[in-house]
Design a binder for this molecule. Structure first.
Ligand code: AMP
Ligand code: MG
Length: 401
């Protein structure tokens, strides 16, 4: 049995990111992985502009200690080209976002002035450059705004559009083939015979893969029969980048998945010192990375999130994501009875007086409700045993996207 960290390193080491690229409209690029860095073709904003509705002035025209009367000779609404420079002793009416007339070096808020016909009265105390947003203050021309490998967020789409681009080059989507195994597993929507359970693993997986933006090849539900498992896995190995099964990887009489994978491809490891998720298999089959998730629904999701998801992100060509980890006191403590690494399903309470974590519900590996209420894992190292109420524990915030 290998450690959690060693298993994860081996998985990541075996993954080669996809290289194919495609152009997609920016409006459809959410969550896609940038194939080429976005470099700014011009400054944003591309002209010095006003941050306020008011009056553009030259600071040298103003009296430092008394009011100054300036003649308003120009009008600069938003969307107009920059005005040419003003004659000394004059001001321009200016709106938020309008280019600042050349030579002007301050904007005075309209709330501060007194308007008198064609004249405006400016109080003392104005500062050079006030209320002016200089060209390039957000993005400098020629700078790399978004690196390749970035998974695009809504703000990113806005940035790309602000640079005038309507299309963006992204990595192709990965394709994941999925299947559930088990003679006792029945699809939802069909009557449930005695001794059977509905298939939840494949549906959890569809959710997880959709959140990652993967294409999904659904190989359905397969009996615990050598021939059926062989046919399904072979199809997946031929067509997908990743092949993900659930069930049939422990040591029961009908746990055939591992055997079939070793016949059709290779198994790299199949037991990891973690709880839940001890029985799990990783290998290669055809052109696909193979992940054999445990059958127990919670174990299956935990292994997906901690082991498979980072591998799929790498396969997608995404940059490694920063850890969302912190230490928090655990309410109620915990008693750990084994020497595997344990991932409790936890709920972080973002209390303004101090965040804390507690168990999110039943911790059995078949209890999906505890998973559904969780927003974090409490990661307990192999050597941990008795965790006291209020003790600091490592918390890994859960991410699906
Ligand atoms: P296995 O790893 O195949 O021995 O399955 C372990 C446990 O998980 C058994 O109680 C199975 O009934 C259950 N299980 C396996 N596959 C699924 C599934 N797709 N949906 C829900 N429960 C499952
Ligand atoms: Mg089974």
């Amino acid at each position: 049995m290998i450690s959690f960290y060693e298993a994860r390193e081996r998985v990541l080491a075996g993954i080669t990111p996809v290289t194919d690229e495609e152009m997609v409209p920016v409006t459809q690029a959410l969550g896609r992985v940038l194939a080429r860095a976005i470099v700014a073709p011009f400054h944003v904003p591309n002209h010095d502009n006003s941050a306020m509705d008011g009056y553009a002035v030259r600071i040298d025209d103003l009296d430092a200690v008394a009011e100054t009367r300036l003649r308003v000779v120009a009008y600069a609404p938003a969307g107009t080209a920059p005005l040419s420079s003003l004659v000394a002793g004059t001001a321009a009416r200016i709106m938020t976002g309008s280019p600042v007339p050349s030579g002007c070096n301050a904007v005075v808020m309209q709330e501060e002035v007194h308007r008198d016909g064609d004249w405006v009265v400016i109080p003392p105390g104005q500062k050079i450059n006030q209320h002016i947003r200089p060209a390039g203050e957000d993005i400098v021309q020629g700078s790399t705004v978004l690196p390749s490998g970035r998974r695009l967020t809504p703000a990113d789409l806005g940035i790309i559009s602000s640079l005038g681009m309507t299309q963006v080059s992204v990595k192709r989507r990965i394709r994941a083939a999925i299947l559930s195994t088990g003679n006792e597993i029945v699809p939802a929507g069909q009557p449930l015979p005695p001794g059977c359970v509905h298939d939840s693993n494949r549906i959890n997986l569809i959710g997880c893969l959709t959140a990652l933006g993967s294409e999904i090849m659904d190989l359905g539900l397969v009996r615990d029969r050598h021939q059926e498992i062989t046919a399904a896995l072979r199809r997946g190995g031929e067509a997908a980048d990743a092949l993900i099964s659930s069930g049939g990887v422990s040591e029961g009489d009908l746990d055939l998945v591992k055997m079939v994978v070793s016949e059709l491809g290779s198994v790299v490891f199949w037991k990891v010192a973690m709880k839940p998720g001890k029985p799990q298999a990783y290998g290669r089959l055809g052109q696909a990375a193979f992940f054999g998730l445990p059958g127990n629904p919670v174990s299956s999701m935990v292994v997906f999130l901690l082991m498979v998801r980072p591998a799929l992100l790498r396969l997608m060509g995404a940059l490694p994501e920063p850890d969302h980890r912190l230490q928090l006191p655990i309410k109620g403590g915990w008693h750990k009875r084994h020497d595997r690494m344990e991932f409790l399903r936890g709920r972080v309470h973002f209390d303004p007086a101090g965040a804390w974590v507690e168990s999110s519900g039943g911790q059995g590996s078949g209890m999906l409700s505890g998973m559904a209420h969780a927003n974090a894992f409490v990661a307990l190292p192999e050597e941990a045993r008795q965790i006291a109420d209020g003790e600091l524990v490592d918390v890994w915030l859960m991410r699906y996207d």
